[in-house]
Ligand binder design. Structure first.
Ligand code: ACO
Ligand code: ZN
Length: 174
């Protein structure tokens, strides 16, 4: 088997009802499965080329969770943005959480927590100073998850979503 893939992928084995779940880097072949999970679990859908460009540009932090049959049951993807820091001309790198989701039947087993912690470690390779994300103000499950990782609500983005819902803009120093 390709040693390149083996050395560049970290496997985490966790158990969901005693069946192993593997968390590893996303590959091109995984994108279809990622899109399926996204379309089932989130109203924000993206075209294929969007996923592909995230995978091309930020492959380290694009992670998937697979069940024992190899089916994708969760994913996380980030992009890195270079922007001036507040009150400063100094440029900083922000790791921006684009999307995370886990299939309903696999939830509450710590899969999202592993996806987050694993990908946040990987983001250090992109010299990220800060992690940022938006989340629906009504999405208390996801807000809970982010709080568990010490994210704090920095501000509210009014009518951030297409349906008019507000977002919390949450941040965490890397
Ligand atoms: N009620 C309250 N808190 C919860 C719940 C829940 N039902 N589920 C998870 N959490 C919080 C808890 O803090 C939990 O820690 P704990 O188990 O120690 O209490 C923490 O999240 C980690 O739980 P996991 O089991 O790792 O989370 P899970 O694998 O179930 O996935 C996720 C969480 C990704 C939010 C899942 O519910 C999901 O896919 N939701 C739909 C998609 C979504 O809303 N994604 C986030 C959108 S915002 C964005 O993508 C930037
Ligand atoms: Zn965003």
């Amino acid at each position: 088997m390709g040693t390149e893939k083996d050395t560049r992928t970290n496997y985490f084995n966790i158990f969901n009802d005693k069946k192993p779940i593997v968390v590893r880097r996303c590959s091109l072949e995984d994108l279809e499965g990622v899109i399926e999970v996204n379309e089932k679990e989130l109203p924000e859908d993206y075209p294929y080329f969007f996923y592909k460009s995230i995978l091309d540009n930020y492959p380290e932090s694009f992670q998937v969770a697979c069940n024992s049959n190899g089916k994708i049951i969760g994913y996380i993807m980030w992009r890195v943005e270079r922007a001036p820091a507040i009150n400063s001309l100094k440029l900083m790198n922000k790791g921006h959480l684009v999307s995370i989701a886990v299939l309903t039947s696999y939830r509450r087993s710590g899969i999202a927590a592993i996806l987050l912690s694993n990908s946040m470690k990987k983001l250090k390779k992109y010299k990220v100073d800060k992690f940022v994300l938006e989340v629906r103000v009504s999405n208390y499950v996801a807000i809970n998850l982010y709080k568990k990782f010490n994210f704090t609500a920095h501000s509210i983005k009014e009518k951030y979503y297409r349906d008019g819902e507000n977002a919390y803009y949450m941040t965490l120093k890397a």
